[in-house]
Write a new protein. Structure first.
Lengths: 267, 326
């Protein structure tokens, strides 16, 4: 048992040390929220709080306030996928050969990798929380803790997902394109950059927006996570508040075992 | 006791390429064993099977008496591994890499002292807090050897450890390895450099997945008929010497002014011959057979580099700084 914990700790510690020594990754994590909050936030606020002219619905927030929780989610997704890339590298050329040839149990190696990736992703998400006062979103300690918990759940889910993808790819030549093609649609279709008017029923939404978009937003799990985070941070949500945590737990239950299976298959 | 016992090992990759065909050999504890063959002969495949990174479809291998199939954890603990490709984390320091290894191999008590010990062994104490990426290739290899010895394995297995190193780093590496071997560690080396196998106690030559020869370097060289000896003789003594040589060896060839024979051991032969015929000989040339010649004789080709395979190409892409590679 102690050996399992020691292995998990060793792998986890390595992930953390590596990411802190990678200044490029940290710069990205810092610049991404700045772009969204400062440029989009400031630029879109006048259009946003005035309401959409034909809609009956006005969001009582500035755009910066509205977008901030979603940007935290975006940061988490990028960081988690980054840890997937490092898995491909480690597996194909070098470092994980040392790990896989050692007596360390596979499940502990897997958990160390998952927790390491998730920790880094959570920290990058929390970076956005630190920016929150600048976007006029006061975050109390209690809100901060709840938000961190939610981000950590998302980070676990996405790190597991990244392990699945990384285990199914033998090269990283296409990984950059692939990850953007995955993260950005998930993000844009999560009602993160614009809300689907919640005062309307699904039938009414379909009249205003194209049906495929309404459908995509509703099946996208990120929608409920962004919504949950908004509930925590700015007390605004379109869906029942507990829905997000159910979605997270459900995704964990599916993705973690799946990721472990893929991880073991390729090691 | 046997350090390694390989029995009828066969391995084929998915898609049917057979990398190993019924390979058997054994290695004495405390000896220096070399597995010699060209690139693609199956050396790395065999090393990976012994290190439990691949599972052989047929046959059995015992490492320090433990079955690779039935007692993988014990096998892993008794092996120290140095892989063909660098496997250090280059964003961690030397110390951090060793500390990581110590955790994975449960080197509990006295970890710090042991890490210092192996660093002294390869003379890198002063570099323990340097980032690995700042080290030269030769130094990285030394760190890998230090790391492989950290959990005090019985067998040190090195897969082409000197590829890409300059001559002085190579020599230094050999000094360390010989030092370890004299302390009782079994050395298992795969190589396509003939010189490196010359110093081994036992050599197995493989080609296209099959064992083609086995023995001490001396025995293998005898396979091609021993040393080649050429003598230049003054015209007056030619006949007498020819008669003498014909009485000692089967075949005497006259090549211009030179007499050419093959003998088991040229020194012994000359020590016997020179007191009697020394005044008639003006020139002596001895050529020792090399393992290279042995290999050419057995496989009908030289041990030469083959072209880069897909993985190597990908590695080169990554090294060139391809997108999202880190």
């Amino acid at each position: 048992m102690l050996f399992y914990l020691s292995t998990i700790y060793a792998i986890w510690l390595r992930e953390i040390k590596r990411s802190f020594r990678d200044s490029g990754q940290l710069t990205g994590a810092f610049i991404r929220p700045m772009l969204w909050v400062m440029i989009f936030g400031i630029g879109l606020t006048p259009y946003f709080s005035g309401g959409i002219s034909e809609s009956t619905f006005v969001v009582p927030f500035t755009y910066s306030q509205f977008i901030l929780p979603a940007v935290a989610v975006l940061n988490v997704m990028y960081a988690a996928v980054q840890s997937g890339v490092s898995l491909i590298w480690d597996r194909e050329f070098g470092f994980f050969r040392e790990v896989f040839a050692s007596p360390a149990p596979r499940v502990a190696v897997f958990l160390g990798k998952l927790l390491g990736g998730a920790t880094i992703a959570t920290l990058q998400g929390m970076l956005v929380l630190i920016l929150a006062p600048a976007a006029d979103v006061p975050v109390s300690w209690r809100q901060g803790m709840l938000a961190t918990l939610a981000l950590f759940g998302l980070a676990i889910v996405f790190s597991a997902f990244a392990i699945v993808i990384a285990s199914r790819m033998s090269s990283f030549q296409g990984f950059g394109v692939f990850s953007n093609a995955l993260i950005l649609p998930l993000y844009f279709l999560s009602s993160s950059v614009f809300p689907l008017d919640p005062s309307l029923s699904v039938e009414q939404q379909i009249l205003i927006f194209p049906p495929w978009m309404v459908f995509a937003v509703r099946v996208n799990p990120i929608t409920y996570i962004v919504d949950m985070l908004r509930g925590i941070m700015i007390d605004y949500h379109q869906f029942a508040p507990y829905l997000g945590s159910y979605v997270l737990l459900g995704l964990c239950a599916v993705l973690i075992p799946w990721a472990y299976r893929e991880f073991q298959r390729r090691s | 006791m046997l350090a390694l016992d390989v029995q009828n090992l066969s391995y084929h990759y998915q898609g049917g390429v057979q990398a190993l065909k019924q390979v058997s050999f054994s290695v004495e504890e405390g000896s220096f064993f070399a597995l010699l063959g060209p690139n693609g002969a199956g050396k790395s495949t065999l090393a990976h099977i012994l290190a439990n990174l691949l599972a052989a479809q047929e046959g059995e291998a015992l490492v320090a008496g433990h079955s690779v199939k039935r007692a993988p954890i014990r096998v892993r603990k008794s092996l120290g591994l140095v892989f063909q490709e660098p496997s250090l984390d280059d964003r961690l320091t030397v110390w951090e890499n060793l500390d990581f290894h110590a955790r994975l191999y449960q080197v509990g008590r006295g970890k710090g002292a042991k890490i210092r010990g192996v660093l002294e062994l390869v003379e890198l104490e002063k570099w323990s807090h340097a980032l690995v990426r700042s080290l030269s290739r030769g130094m990285k290899r030394r760190v890998e050897i230090a790391r492989a010895m950290l959990h005090e394995p019985k067998i040190l297995m090195l897969d082409e450890p000197t590829v890409g190193l300059d001559v002085s780093s190579r020599n230094k590496l050999w000094d360390y390895l010989k030092g370890l071997q004299s302390q009782g560690v079994t050395l298992f080396l795969t190589t396509h450099y003939i010189e490196e196998a010359e110093g081994a106690h036992q050599v197995v030559i493989i080609n296209e997945g099959e064992k083609v020869a086995e023995g001490t370097p001396h025995e293998l060289k005898n396979l091609i008929g021993g040393d080649s000896l050429r003598l230049k003789v003054i015209p007056e003594g030619l006949e007498a010497l020819q008669a003498y040589l014909a009485s000692k060896v089967e075949k005497v060839q006259l090549e211009g002014e030179m007499l050419h024979i093959r003998v088991g051991n040229a020194e012994k032969f000359l020590a016997e011959m020179m007191p009697q015929y020394g005044d008639k000989v003006t020139w002596v040339e001895v050529e020792r057979p090399t393992l290279e010649q042995v290999f050419i004789n057995l496989a009908g080709k030289r041990i030469a580099d083959s072209h880069a395979d897909g993985r190597e190409q990908l590695l080169n892409f990554a090294k060139a700084g391809g997108e999202h590679t880190r």
